[in-house]
Design a protein around this ligand. Sequence first.
Ligand code: PMP
Length: 370
Amino acid sequence: MAKLSSRVGRIDASGIRKVFDLAKSLKDPINLSIGQPDFAVPGEVKQAAIAAINAGKNTYTQTQGIPELRDLLLVDEAAYHGRRYGTEEILITSGVSGGLFLALCALVDDGDEVIIPDPYFVMYKHLVRLFGGVPVYLDTYDTGFAPAADRLENLITPRTKLLLLNSPANPTGRILARDHLRALAAVSAKHGLAVISDEIYRGFAYVDCPSMAEFLPDALVLGGHSKTYAMTGWRLGYACGPKDLIQAMTKVQQYSFVCAPSIAQYAALACPQVDLKPNLDAYRAKRDLIAGLLAPAYELAPPDGAFYLWAKAPRGLSGDELVTQAIARNLLIIPGSVFSERASHFRICYTVPDDKLRAGAEVLLALAKG
Ligand code: PMP
């Protein structure tokens, strides 16, 4: 048996995987655990991928990504939030996961503190630890799951390097409003913190969804195609931000991912042809359905975006206890402890057919009664 690095010993297998392993023991469960869309990759994008393969676009691309896609995304970003990035301020990555990996590798030194609003996307704390950093949690349970700027300021020490934001957020569905982002940007700028803004769920916003780029031009904005175009397996995303950081990330990409998948990059050139509204409308309706069904029995924060519902376990149960009881009734949900230093909540992903959603709600309503 090889002696493994201490680095890899700092992380453990994602709690979500443990739930998926449990799921294998269930026959045809009501599965509200998987964080991906249930619609197909749009036809235009599939056709563009097939055409790319047939046209021989199967080789390595430039490390930074193909120029056509970078140009397209630069125009999209400027239209979205007004920040005009130069051609050296964008890098095409292997999903937002790839972008997070490169960014944290490029930014975090041993002992650096990284402030992460809690609840958080599972990957954040593990990647921070992998690179020797120390996650510092900014509790948001009593501030409507939006990180408070004064609380951020109180957590800052001489070792604080970075703030890792996510809006629309997984698992809460919270979208940070303009005033909120402005206040967080002001504190970050005052203390010289780097900011990573994971905006992967921008395509699923049921209210106005500003970008951190509007308030902090030096923020590193991460975007991706996985969720918006249901391309989770194609591994495509991008990072926009200051030239020196993008250059450092590009250097690491050169010796790791090499480039984002060529076929996915060419296929993404067809994304502007896709009408996203029907999917957005469908998920807004699902959000209304599940929030409406559960609201009488559960304490929940109605989501503004993404496709998750975050609710408190009933009857003084922990999220983990509720999940055990749900699994006994063939329902799969994720315990909040996977996404948080607290264990009081649970997460539902509502990207399933309405009958499944209703069936899941029925189980949860029964469990709330005890
Ligand atoms: N950030 C958040 C908040 C996510 O929920 C996910 C996927 N679950 C990712 C990043 C990673 O997405 P991908 O690597 O597929 O782009």
